[in-house]
Design a protein around this ligand. Structure first.
Ligand SMILES: Nc1ncnc2c1ncn2[C@@H]1O[C@H](COP(=O)(O)OP(=O)(O)OP(=O)(O)O)[C@@H](O)[C@H]1O
Ligand SMILES: O=P(O)(O)OC[C@@]1(O)O[C@H](CO)[C@@H](O)[C@@H]1O
Length: 302
């Protein structure tokens, strides 16, 4: 089973405006409210690809209930801890030609609620996959990902991390199977951000990272495999609608490919890139048909 953890999920409020004028009333041309948060996006994309997951994390209030309803609607098994204080945040994604995001703070998580999540973690089985993605609500300690990884009952649990800065760096000693930094996140992780990317990758390797999938938005992506292989994905031209969740979709595509033992790591990058690109070309997480339509067009060099 694949478990995704989203400590601070959201309802993503997508809207488009002609121009965004600060200090004025702006009126939307389009709007939608879609359940999100990084781990949840991974679960939603995997559900599209027919791979079952269990989504873990914290929800609160009526927005949390709506999020769970949407997940159930899309056949994602939602096993969230309900927090007594606050509400699941609403993250605002404004498209005015450029993308502007305003992400909320999220609910209060008590010590007992945190312990309830760790209890779920202790039940993960050898051979399962655990995906840790996204930010931590302000009421949880920055060491929460380390605490989660320290509770894993077996070393054969495959760990995937998609997070920023110290949150990601502190997980490396647990030897994550896959990390997916974008270029900015990669630079935050290394001693010398000006060093060539190959040196930065070596540094992360020494700290414990397995496969490193570097996403570069409209520039495509590069997979540095744990065995030392390098595969470069060339970006596809197309109409970008919203890149929100493109990186999460990449993680999902990579994991989905592993369900087929005949898939090579080059194929995994192809799936990751098709999912990321399809999501960038749609509002919210892409549908399976959109991914399949792009799969054969993805070009990989390596
Ligand atoms: N504008 C685009 N054109 C073509 N491909 C894109 C575009 N944006 C994203 N992609 C594809 O999706 C992948 C992931 O996108 P990106 O690098 O923006 O992820 P990210 O920064 O982790 O995003 P997020 O954190 O919002 O999920 C890219 O590596 C690329 O393959
Ligand atoms: O505040 P975080 O946890 O860093 O990011 C949350 C978020 O921006 O990430 C997803 C896209 O990756 C969105 O669905 C969601 O709103």
């Amino acid at each position: 089973m694949i478990y995704t953890v989203t400590l601070n999920p959201a309802l993503d409020y997508y809207c488009t405006v002609e121009t965004l004028n600060l200090g004025e009333t702006n009126r939307c041309i389009t709007e939608s409210l879609i359940g999100g948060g990084k781990g949840i996006n991974v679960s939603l994309m995997l559900a599209q690809l027919g791979v079952p997951t269990t989504a873990l994390g914290f929800v609160a209030g009526f927005t949390g209930e709506e999020l769970i309803r949407q997940l159930q609607d899309q056949s994602v098994n939602a096993d969230f801890i309900r927090c007594a204080q606050g509400q699941t945040r609403i993250n605002v994604k404004i498209n005015s030609g450029v993308e502007t995001e305003i992400n909320g703070r999220g609910p209060e998580v008590s010590a007992a609620e945190r312990e309830a999540l760790l209890d779920r973690i202790r039940r993960i089985q050898p051979g399962d996959t655990l995906v840790l993605s996204g930010n931590v609500p302000p009421t949880l300690p920055e060491s929460i990902y380390e605490q989660i990884l320290a509770e894993l009952p077996a070393s054969s649990i495959r760990v995937v991390v998609d997070a920023e800065g110290a949150l990601l760096r502190d997980t490396l000693r647990f030897h994550p199977f896959l990390i997916k930094p974008n270029l900015a996140e990669l630079r935050q992780l290394v001693a010398n951000p000006q060093a060539p990317v190959s040196d930065q990758i070596q540094e992360l390797r020494r700290q414990g990272a397995g496969h490193i999938l570097v996403s570069m938005g409209a520039e495509g992506s590069v997979l540095f495999t744990a065995e030392g292989g390098v595969y470069r994905q060339h970006p596809l031209p197309g109409q970008t609608v919203s890149t929100v969740g493109a990186g999460d979709s990449m993680v999902a595509g990579f994991l989905a490919s592993l369900e087929n033992p005949a898939c090579t790591l080059e194929d995994s990058l192809r799936w990751a890139a098709a999912c990321g690109t399809a999501t960038a070309f749609s509002r919210g997480i892409a549908r399976r048909e959109q991914v399949e339509a792009l799969l054969d067009q993805i070009q990989i060099e390596g």
